[in-house]
Design a protein around this ligand. Structure first.
Ligand SMILES: [Zn+2]
Length: 144
């Protein structure tokens, strides 16, 4: 089955995401080859996993500020896909440095960057939670 190509690969703004997509593709291929004996094309499940990851990357709310998925504060994967990817990463992660040093190293470096938080979305007010300290009314200089 043909993997659809995406236009953003050539777009400079998406260089990091394009590399990340390449990283995950290489990792899933490695995992599939070693576990499912499917050299080319990938077994259906792994092919689906790559397609899924590709869609999530395209829609990532952080755009190019995207952290690596493990460090992300937003978990956009469904539980089962998240588990699938975790298993693949655990296997392929350490092997990346040997087989694809550049992708492996850049992914490690990316992983050390602080993950951005989503700016908007005010925290839900829950009665159990004490008000955060900065929510206390600040003394207003105009009143004094
Ligand atoms: Zn597979």
């Amino acid at each position: 089955m043909a993997v659809k190509t995406t236009a953003f690969v050539t777009d400079k703004r998406f260089v990091r995401r394009a590399r990340e997509l390449k990283t995950i593709r290489v990792m899933v291929e490695m995992y599939c080859r070693d576990h499912h004996g499917a050299p080319d094309p990938l077994c259906p499940r792994c092919a689906e996993l790559i397609e899924y990851a590709e869609r999530r990357l395209e829609r990532c709310v952080f755009g190019d500020a995207k952290p690596t998925c493990t460090n992300c504060t937003v978990h956009c994967y469904t539980a089962d896909k998240r588990e699938d990817v975790r298993v693949v990463m655990r296997y392929a992660g350490p092997r990346m440095l040997l087989r694809h040093p550049w992708l492996g190293i850049t992914h490690l470096i990316d992983g050390r960057r602080a993950a951005p938080l989503l700016p908007e979305k005010p925290p839900k007010k829950s009665p159990q939670q004490p008000a955060p300290p900065d929510a206390a009314p600040a003394s207003d200089p105009a009143e004094r």
